[in-house]
Design a protein around this ligand. Structure first.
Ligand code: 6PG
Length: 236
């Protein structure tokens, strides 16, 4: 499924545009339903966005008491580990915004092996969301076309549950991830891509030089955007 592309001149303007989109989604959801449910991306690219959301004017524009943070995926490490997506988001944003701690729903990676954590997180999502979809899912794009921890040629791509777990050979590590049913049901999906290192995979996907990659199997029912800088879009 093709996304609406938002191409910004550089990393700084990409972060600002994505922060404005995040604030707009949050304010709209809170105005309509009194709550904003968002699943955050891991990796390095979105860190600058999370830091921006914790600064003026963005931080004041969101009623953080109405925000519930989920995670699109997690490495099966302790939340204090340098590889932890939760740790990255906590340091970049959570520690700097007035969000109630009970509104932060990290994957409980210390509570068992990966399949057990996936089941526990599915229960957490169902308890908080009830039958509501996520309002926004933020995703990064891996150089192999993965999103969240939906890696190519894995059974995770065919999961029908809200969450699943998988062993990622190339990283020699277990991951827990939300799945296509969860992502596609969201009211808005943003794939957030920055830097020249992603230009090749972006070009291969947008020219259909490759087929069937995990990001290409996305079929969001709501709004679907790719936010990129010119470097990632190959428009240097
Ligand atoms: C993770 C992410 C993963 C990430 C992409 C892009 O846990 O690593 O969820 O899906 O978003 O691999 O990562 P970068 O932003 O570091 O390139």
């Amino acid at each position: 499924m093709k996304a609406e592309q938002k191409i910004l001149a550089d990393a700084a303007s990409l972060i600002e545009a994505a922060a404005e989109q995040f604030v707009s989604a949050a304010r709209s959801a809170i105005a309509k339903r009194g709550v904003f449910y968002v699943a955050l991306a891991g990796g390095s690219t979105p860190k600058g966005l999370y830091q921006k959301l914790a600064t003026s004017p963005y931080v004041e524009q969101i009623d953080w008491t109405r925000v519930h943070l989920f995670f699109g995926d997690e490495r099966c490490v302790l939340p204090s580990h340098d590889e932890s997506n939760f740790k990255m988001v906590r340091e970049a944003m959570i520690d700097h915004v007035p969000i109630p701690q009970e509104n932060v729903h990290r994957m409980p990676t210390e509570e068992g092996v990966a399949p057990e954590v996936a089941i526990r997180y599915c229960r957490i999502m169902k308890k908080i969301l009830q039958e509501q979809p996520l309002d926004l899912v933020l995703l990064g794009l891996g150089p192999d076309g993965h999103i969240a921890s939906l890696f190519p040629d894995t059974a995770a791509l065919d999961a029908t549950t809200k969450t699943t777990s998988l062993y990622v050979e190339k990283f020699e590590s277990w991951r827990v991830t939300i799945t296509y049913p969860t992502i596609n049901a969201a009211r808005q999906v943003i794939v957030f891509i920055a830097g020249e290192a992603k230009a090749e995979i972006v070009r291969d996907i947008t020219t259909d030089a490759v087929q069937g990659l995990p990001v290409q199997r996305l079929a969001p029912q709501g709004e679907y955007y790719w936010f990129m800088d010119k470097a990632a879009a190959g428009q240097q």
